[in-house]
Design a protein around this ligand. Sequence first.
Ligand SMILES: [Cu+2]
Length: 134
Amino acid sequence: MIVPSFPTRLADRIILLLCGALLVLTLVVGAVNLPDAGAEEKAVSEDTQAVATNTVTIREFMYKPPVIRVKAGSKVTWINDDTAGHTASSRMGADVETNTIPKGERKTITLDKPGTYDYICDFHPYMEGRVIVE
Ligand SMILES: [Cu+2]
C-alpha cells in the first residue's frame, strides 16, 4: 500500500511546512511589533516639555530632563549619576554620540547643527532622550 500512504505523508509534510511557516511568521511579526509595544510608556513624546538646559543627568536609567533645548553651537553635558555605564546615541547619524560614559563620569559634546535629535542608550535602548538644537 505504497500509493495510499503517500498522500498521507504528503499531507503531514504540508502541515509541518505550514506550522513552520506560521512559526516564522509569528516570530517576524512579533519582532516587528516589539518597538511599538511600549509606545504609550515612552519617556519622550511629542508633548514632552523641552527644558532649556545644557546638562542632562542620567539617573535610574533615565535621562533627566528627557527633552532639552539648546542654541546651535552649545556644549551639552551628560552626567552619569547612575549605577551602570550609559551612552547618549542618536538614532540617525552621529550628531549626538557620547560613547560610553562610565558611572560617575560625564561627557560633553558640542552641537552645531540645528535639528531635533532623538537619542537612546546603546546598552539600554528603552532609555530615550531628545535634544532640540535651535
Ligand atoms: Cu544605559
